[in-house]
Design a protein around this ligand. Structure first.
Ligand code: PLP
Length: 399
């Protein structure tokens, strides 16, 4: 099997969760049907809702099942924006951090382009953490115009944990609905919906040991939400569509297991990530740790390097040829490697923003995985450097 160092992209389904999925999927019944099979499906769905809520400090009624993190983010931003801006017409702005996942970033831009929302991006510092003072200043000026504020719990490229309690405090001061994308955080660090004080929180199954295709938005009963999907009125009538009961049961089981294991995994993954942080720059001069340097500000199994004089694509190709799955910090659009907008928001130039190597660990990771990477990486980087030509802007600067 490949050495898998890409758990932030997706993590293997846990075997116990696969069993739950298979067991429930073998049973017939639409949870909206009134006959015995339907009632059994409904019971299973509601038990999943209770299990998920209990693991994350939420009430069962606050769980809205979705198809994943992207849909939860879209529902959170679009649903709250439409409701708030209809109830309070002066509130038409969407405020987000500059390093949100595209599921949030592009939704904010779409609300701007199609519906006239004002989208404002709050900058981050050189370590990828939100500049709280900048948010504070912005809200002092325009807080009464903001419909929804969305700041992720932890970033998918850098692993930076954002100062969410400061964000919530500021949102409260100005009466703003606040959402957090906790897709990378759930199961990796403690996440408690009630204690966090947010109005809505997104999570995704395939990041924590459930199958792809299921996630949830946790939303308080008072959270203003206009439906985005219309139909049969399922999920508090804000997210119509028959819920895949087997996937919901698998999600709840996976969240339960990930939360139960979280503390022990935190220690184990922190140690393995520490090895990477110590040894990669020794093995590969020019490799620089990006994102927070303070362990407490970074997800435990998450490490982002930039490697001077390389293009991420070449490094990833070399690693792949050697049987190692990793990621760049950058988004890959239609097969073309783009500079990372997250690194650019942190102040990196284009060449640096094209040289990210993201190594993310998870429940199947071992010390062997880390050692394999350390053994293979120097030669892969050497070859990538031999083939490297800097981006055009950087070439102009050099000549
Ligand atoms: N938000 C963050 C922070 C993510 O990392 C991801 C997945 O990469 C998503 C949202 C999208 O989640 P999904 O793949 O479940 O749609």
């Amino acid at each position: 099997m490949n050495t898998y160092l890409d758990h932030a992209a997706t993590t293997p389904v846990r075997p116990e969760v696969a069993e739950t999925f298979a067991r429930v999927a073998a049973q017939v019944g639409n949870p909206s049907s009134l006959h015995a099979d339907g009632r059994r499906a409904r019971r299973t769905l509601e038990e999943a809702r209770e299990q998920l809520a209990a693991a994350l400090g939420a009430e069962p009624a606050e769980v809205i099942f979705t198809s994943g993190g992207t849909e939860a983010d879209n529902l959170a931003l679009t649903g709250t924006w439409f409701k708030v801006s209809a109830d309070e017409p002066r509130r038409r702005d969407v405020v987000i951090s500059a390093v949100e996942h595209p599921a949030v970033l592009d939704t904010a831009h779409a609300l701007g382009d199609r519906h006239g929302a004002g989208a404002h991006l709050v900058p981050v510092d050189a370590r990828g953490r939100l500049q709280v003072e900048s948010l504070e200043k912005h809200l002092e000026q325009r807080g009464q115009q903001v419909a929804v504020l969305s700041v992720m719990w932890a970033n998918n490229e850098t692993g930076a944990i954002q100062p969410l309690s400061d964000v919530v405090g500021l949102a409260r001061r100005h009466g703003i609905v606040v959402h957090t994308d906790a897709v990378q955080a759930v199961g990796r660090i403690p996440v408690d919906f009630a204690a966090a004080g947010v109005d809505a929180l997104s999570l995704s199954g395939h990041k924590l040991g459930a199958p792809v295709g299921i996630g949830a938005l946790l939303a308080g009963r008072e959270t203003p939400l206009t439906p985005v999907l219309h139909g049969g009125g399922q999920e508090r009538a804000v997210r119509s569509g028959t819920i895949p009961v087997a996937a919901a049961a698998a999600l709840a089981h996976a969240v339960d297991l990930a939360v139960a294991d979280q503390q022990a995994e935190h220690v184990r993954l922190r140690e393995l990530a520490g090895l990477l942080i110590e040894k990669v720059p020794q093995a590969v001069p020019g490799a620089v740790l990006q994102g927070p340097t303070d362990d407490g500000d970074r997800l435990p199994g998450h490490v982002l390097f930039t490697i001077a004089g390389t293009d991420a694509e070449a490094v990833l190709f070399g690693l792949d040829m050697a049987g190692i799955s990793a990621a760049s910090g950058a988004a890959c659009q239609a097969g073309v490697n783009q500079p990372s907008y997250v690194l650019q928001a942190m102040g990196a130039d284009e060449a640096v923003a094209r040289s990210g190597l993201r190594l993310t660990l998870g429940h199947t990771s071992t010390r062997d995985d880390v050692e394999t990477l350390l053994r293979v990486l120097p030669e892969v980087v050497q070859r990538a450097r031999a083939a490297y030509s800097p981006p055009r802007a950087a070439q102009v600067e050099v000549s």
